[in-house]
Structure formats: structure tokens, C-alpha cells
Design a protein around this ligand. Sequence first.
Ligand code: NDP
Length: 279
Amino acid sequence: MAANIIDGKAISAAVKEKVRDEIAHEGLKVELAVVIVGDDPASRVYVNNKKKACEFCGIKSYEYALPEETTQEALLELVDTLNADANVNGILVQLPLPKHLDEKAVIERISPNKDVDAFHESNVGRIMIGNYSFLPCTPAGCMELIHSTGVEVSGKECVVIGRSNIVGKPMAMLLLHENGTVTICHSRTHDLAEVCRRADILVAAVGRPNFVTVDMVKPGAVVIDVGINRLDNGKLCGDVKFDEVSEVAGWITPVPGGVGPMTIAMLMRNTVTAAKIQK
Ligand code: NDP
């Protein structure tokens, strides 16, 4: 039987509407600074989508588009200025940065209570111990998508493929917070297919098109596809071979229209949270 499709577009629209209503009802003044360095086309698309979401929600967004050759000092100076500006509630530095810039140092410079991506070390640490104000947008969005299925995480076998600091590791932590039995896989994992087949909830964050094939999926599983890969023909595709996996999974996210829009909706939510904390 074909899987139920988890409609990330509809679920993200509902989250954004809620954020918009909250801002309107509480008369909040919310501002997000979006910093983009260089002219990476994918980053430009993400930034434009984030700005559009801000407009929908009633969040003022200011873009700081810096040239590719921007120095580390100039970028840190901008972050300092935004940190000091009481009108700015959230600061988002679009990643990846050009190679000559030190991403880690830039993230660490953002004031933790304006770090709406939740990438700062102190926010990452707070996620570990379960005492957080912000959750990183993509894993938080994945959790919302899982919740939308009605499948309880508690006690379930959860497998996350990928261990990056921005997706895989925090994703595993959020599943653990909800009492999942969590396994994290990576490029050194032995018998990956066998490990994945155990999963009631399978999250793929690998960055390789069509990596998860039908033989890796337990019938009825919830499959969350974080991957965004651009094929030679210009089309976007996820990490999961959708056509065949959707024949056995119980629930599956499409790409596009799954995790991507949720990431942006969670950014809106984090920005409002930041504004409230600062107030
Ligand atoms: P990274 O490249 O940082 O991490 C990829 C992970 O996949 C690594 O942990 C790597 O293992 C693992 N991996 C690579 N090859 C294999 C393999 N053959 N077998 C098992 N594991 C493997 O990527 P990100 O976490 O940043 O992103 C993952 C994907 O998600 C990308 O497609 C990205 O574009 C997408 N993405 C989507 C977002 C959204 O909003 N939808 C947001 C952020 C990312 P190892 O650590 O051993 O190298």
C-alpha cells in the first residue's frame, strides 16, 4: 500500500499563520537581520524564501548582502553591530560562507539570544541537556512533521542517517528527548541497510540523491527526507528514492514540499521567541 504523504507545505503554512496571528494579537515588533555573503545561487533562493516568510508573518527583515571578498573582520564587525542593535531580535548568517571566512567564529560571535538558527555553542549545549529557548530549525521542523503523523516517538526505533552539527546530531537528540531509541549512522556505519530496516522512524540527512532505497525501509515506517540535492537536469531531489520507498513506508515526506518549508517556518517561530525573550 502506498505511503501517506506528509504535506510539509500545508503544515508549514499552519505554523506561519500561527506565528502571524501571535505577532498581530500581542502587538509584537519583531525584526530579523539576514546576512548573506557572496552570490551562491542556492543561498540566494533560501534567503529570498526566508524574507518572503517574514513578510507573511509580519516580521521585519533586513538583508545585509555583502560581497564575496568580505573580510572576516568586516563580517564580525557587522555581527557586533547587529548584536548591539536593540531593534534586531534575530540574526541569521546564511551558510555556507565563502571558503576564506571562518564560519565557526562568526556563529560564536552572534549573541546566543539572537541566534535564531540555534547554532551557537551555548544553544547547542542547552539542547543537549533539554533546557533550550530555540531548537535548530531543520530538526525542529522534522519533529513537527513526525508529530503530524500521530505516530508516537516514545519507545520507537529511530534511525538518523547523518551526524552533522546542524541536522543529524540535534535531530537524534530531539528524538531522544521524546524517548525514542536512537541510532545515528554515518559514512563508517557497517551494514547500513540492516540498521535502517530496524527503524520505525527513519530520518535521512546525507546529501546524496536517492541514497535510501526500498530495501532499507521497514514496511510502515515514517520516513523523513531532509536531503536537498540538485540533479544535472536542474531538478531537486531528496536523499530517499521516493517512488519505490513510498510503496512500503507508512508515511513519507516529499522533496520539495517536505522538510524545506518547515525549516523556514521554524525560523519564523524562533524569531518570535527571540523577540519575547528580549522583551
Ligand atoms: P553534511 O554533509 O554535513 O553531513 C552528511 C552526513 O551524511 C555526514 O554525517 C556523513 O557521514 C553522512 N554520509 C555521507 N555519505 C554517507 C554514506 N555513504 N553512508 C552513511 N552516511 C553517509 O550534510 P548536512 O547534514 O548539512 O545536510 C544533509 C542534507 O540535508 C543535504 O542534502 C542538505 O542540503 C540538506 N539540508 C536540508 C535542509 C532543509 O531545510 N531541508 C537544511 C539543511 C540541510 P560522515 O560524518 O561520516 O562524513
